[in-house]
Design a protein around this ligand. Structure first.
Ligand code: AHR
Length: 507
């Protein structure tokens, strides 16, 4: 058995955990909305057509803000199509996903669904094929109490109170050649700054997210952030990061170490933000909104699922419906560890996506909804990572990967909530074959009155939950946890994700 030692210090906080880190993303893509959250006629559908079984799963996931309506979709979207009487709404082509958008669900319906699930709306504006004026119109329609044609239109459409959207994304992945309206960093930076200033003329308190890179492996990565922030630094609050990971060529070892890439992505963007801040002599702090992250078998989408043909524009096709394995869930848990590790600078994040499309929740039309493997680390981290991330050090064996060189077998982060006295340790064992005995001193915690641990693992790292077998994989209590005055220990199975919670006196 391999060994590892974890040391945390509750007196050395890194940063407060912002609830917005547990955000998600609903795009008009595939069966995310239609036949996902919305399926009139489903036995569990409410009077609005929303599946209440899905609502319960979303609530259980503990999702804070939800980014909407895209994604690549937003760069061809006319928001006006999605409001007003449903019968009058136009059907449009969605060029991003080669699909048909009926506009049956739009801003009002989605906002009403968000109230039911208890999540905040994070809206993206189209800066791909549209511009500042349309963004301002959407802002006025959404957030002005009354007294203008757009505010009155919202009221006439059934919502007299403003939606009061606080978080706004200034476009989506504008660095990507696939994006409708893709621009250079210089052109996008100017447009984003101009739009941000115009939106702030309406409400200076809005929280604005400027587009960073679609991945740390884009050829423009680094320079994109520098140029875009040079134009927009004092006008925005966040720069976005997007990252998707997948196991390639059967290299499970590299895949399990995906968080190494996310760590380095975050560090590079923080350094670039702070460089621009220094050059400008600004007091303003820009943070990271990691508003698309997940495991995504993109290669399969590109080679097998991609829709083509000028006469082929399906409504709500099955797209990006990855079935997630135990290994995928361990990677997702590890990516959450990375996000929490920099709680001081990553203050917003969105798991992409929520239902059916690269999602923790799957649905069958007319049938059941179920939890994918990735549901468990997200739900438990959202529930248990409260208070602040605290300084955490790991000493563990390491292994060689083709993608990232030598990496530690064990990765972890600790949060401590002084108000409740709860300490949570989130930890992964990346070993493909070995259990790890993890030991951790409890100095500084005082008497631990309660301790428990839950682990996600399986003899088969490729086990999945499916329509036929929806509860094959889950989390189970880890009975190997030992806690005494001398410290704690636990055995971590190979390819596993674990959360340990320790209760001590508050304050
Ligand atoms: O989440 C799926 C897609 O991934 C989004 O539409 C896009 O922003 C990203 O490339």
């Amino acid at each position: 058995m391999a060994t590892a030692r974890l040391i945390f210090d509750t007196l050395l906080p890194v940063g407060e955990v912002n609830r917005r880190v547990f955000g998600s993303f609903v795009e008009h893509l595939g069966r995310s909305v239609y036949d996902g959250i919305y399926e009139p006629g489903h036995p569990t559908a409410d009077e609005r057509g929303f599946r209440t079984d899905v609502v319960e799963l979303v609530k259980g996931l503990g999702v804070s803000a939800i980014r909407y309506p895209g994604g690549n979709f937003v760069s061809g979207f006319r928001w006006e199509d999605s409001v007003g009487p449903v019968a009058d709404r136009p059907t449009r082509l969605d060029l991003a996903w080669h699909s048909t958008e009926t506009n049956e669900v739009g801003l009002h319906e989605f906002s009403s669904w968000l109230e039911t699930v208890g999540s905040e709306l994070m809206l993206a504006v189209n800066l791909g094929t549209r511009g500042t004026l349309e963004a301002l119109d959407l802002l006025e329609y959404s957030n002005l109490g009354g007294g203008s044609a757009l505010a009155e239109r919202r009221a006439a459409n059934g919502h007299p109170a403003p939606f009061d959207v606080r978080m706004w994304c200034l476009g989506n992945e504008m660095d990507g050649p696939w994006q409708l309206g893709h621009r250079s960093a210089d052109d996008y930076g100017k447009l984003a700054a101009q739009t941000a200033r115009a939106m702030r003329a309406f409400d200076p308190e809005l929280e604005l997210v400027v587009c960073g890179s679609s991945s740390a492996h884009m050829p423009t990565f680094g320079e994109w952030e520098r140029v875009v922030l040079t134009h927009s630094y004092d006008d925005v609050d966040y720069i976005s990061c997007h990252a998707y990971y997948e196991e390639k060529d059967g290299d499970l070892g590299s895949f399990l170490a995906s968080a190494v890439d996310m760590d380095s992505f975050i560090e590079s963007v923080v350094a670039t933000i702070d460089h621009v801040k220094a050059v400008k002599g600004s007091d303003h702090v820009v943070n990271i909104s990691f508003d698309e992250w997940n495991v995504w078998y993109n290669e399969r989408f590109e080679k097998v699922d991609k829709i083509t043909g000028v006469d082929n524009w399906p409504v709500a096709p099955r797209l990006l419906e990855d079935a997630y394995t135990v290994a995928d869930a361990v990677v997702v848990g590890n990516l959450l560890i990375s996000l929490l590790r920099r709680a001081d600078r990553v203050t917003s994040a969105s798991l992409a996506q929520l239902v059916n499309v690269i999602a923790p929740i799957m649905t069958e039309p007319g049938g059941i909804a179920w939890k994918q493997t990735t549901y468990f680390p997200f739900a438990l981290t959202s529930a248990l990572a409260t208070g602040s991330t605290v300084t955490t050090r790991i000493e563990s064996d390491s292994y060689d990967t083709a993608a990232y060189g030598r990496v530690p077998l064990v990765d972890a982060v600790t949060t401590h909530d002084a108000a409740t006295g709860r300490t949570s340790i989130f930890v992964v064992n990346r070993s493909r074959g070995d259990e790890v005995m993890l030991e951790f001193p409890l100095d500084g915690l005082g008497a631990v009155t309660d301790a428990s641990a839950q682990t996600l693992s399986d003899a088969d790292p490729y086990a999945v939950n499916t329509l036929q077998e929806p509860t094959r994989v889950g989390v189970a209590p880890n009975e190997t946890l030992r806690v005494s005055e001398d410290g704690g220990s636990i055995v971590l199975p190979p390819v596993s994700w674990t959360v340990i919670t320790l209760q001590s006196a508050a304050g």
